[in-house]
Design a protein around this ligand. Structure first.
Ligand code: UDP
Ligand code: MG
Length: 316
């Protein structure tokens, strides 16, 4: 078999109903490229029988290469495993729920052939998602854009194509808390966006509840910015400045007019306020320390139960 020119990676977490639709859609699109391709399906600890469907697909088509995790490691890690196993000259990341239409891959490939190393898909419209998800996502992208040191394009997800040069760098980035869109922006090279309309899920429910979205947002901020830590310094200077002014005012009033400022309530409010602020910043520092701790343990990013080599017997 010739080495693949294109690798398509789809992370799978309980996508039983989507798999029988995903595979033919991807196959039909990729066959149109006229080049050899592979589809890496990363099973992120599914418990609904998706794993068996993935094994079946691999038996029937040697271009389907399964990576089956020992447990659920999360979307970003699943995609990272796909990147590690990829062999193509260009690697495409796509969601398994068909919110990212596989047909758009052809537009991504067109820009890659024109010489771009990263082609990210920009969500021009999002259909079938809740008002809450759209608003929080939009706010999140704008916040990240403001406070991080890399220019992460607005309204892009992980749906993108990366050249093997970029993929080679991504393979070396072993950080545990991952925000792939940021990482692929950080790498550099020539990057361009392609607009598309994000569709509703083909079947099933979102696997990204609010708690997971929040964790992803925290990972994004902490991986690419010190801003939350610096906030403590700014606020510290402001409160110190204000208290110096207050000391002067109280002192001068006492000396010139004899007025003494009293008030237990004000004291109590100030103590509580500053206590709260300090606890918040302890928490923020804790977020960073926890991440340093995770990195220092040096554990593997994921644990593979069955890798593509276990299936390679079916190849011709
Ligand atoms: N996913 C995964 N592991 C997880 C959660 C999600 O591999 O722990 C996969 C999921 O199967 C899908 C993709 O990540 O292919 C995006 O998830 P989802 O569609 O639920 O997120 P949303 O589009 O709602 O943000
Ligand atoms: Mg989705």
């Amino acid at each position: 078999m010739k080495p693949p020119v294109f690798t398509v990676i789809a992370p799978i977490y309980n996508e039983l109903e989507n798999l029988p639709e995903l595979y033919p859609r991807v196959r039909d699109v990729m066959d149109q490229t006229g080049e050899p391709w592979e589809l890496i399906l990363v099973d992120d600890g599914s418990s609904d029988g998706s794993t068996d469907v993935i094994r079946k697909l691999a038996e029937n088509d040697a271009r389907v290469r399964p990576v089956i995790f020992a447990r659920n490691f999360g979307h970003q890690i699943a995609v990272s495993a796909g990147i590690d196993f990829s062999r193509g000259d260009a690697v495409v990341i796509i969601d398994a729920d068909l919110q990212d239409p596989p047909e758009v891959i052809l537009d991504l490939i067109e820009q890659w052939r024109a010489g771009y190393e990263v082609v990210y898909a920009v969500r021009e419209e999002r259909e079938g998602e809740s008002w809450f998800k759209k608003t929080t996502a939009s706010l999140f992208y704008r916040l990240i854009f403001r406070i991080t040191d890399v220019n992460i394009p607005l309204d892009t997800g992980d749906f993108r194509l990366m050249d093997k040069k970029v993929v080679a760098v991504m393979k070396q980035m072993r950080e545990k808390h991952r925000f792939l869109r940021g990482m692929s922006a950080w790498v550099g090279f020539r990057q361009i966006g392609v607009k598309y309309k994000r569709k509703p899920r083909y079947a099933g429910e979102t696997k990204y509840p609010f708690s997971k979205m929040l964790r992803l947002a925290l990972n994004a901020v902490t991986s690419f910015s010190y801003f939350p830590l610096q906030l403590a310094t700014y606020l510290g200077f402001i409160t110190t400045g204000l208290s110096v002014i207050a000391i002067l005012v109280v002192g001068i009033l006492r000396l010139t007019t004899g007025i003494t400022l009293l008030g237990q309530a004000t004291t109590l409010i100030m103590v509580l306020f500053l206590g709260g602020v300090q606890l918040i910043f302890l928490g923020i520092i804790g977020e960073y320390i926890g991440r340093i701790y995770d990195e220092s343990k040096g554990r593997p990013l994921y644990i593979v139960a069955e890798s593509p080599v276990d299936f390679e017997g079916t190849e011709d």
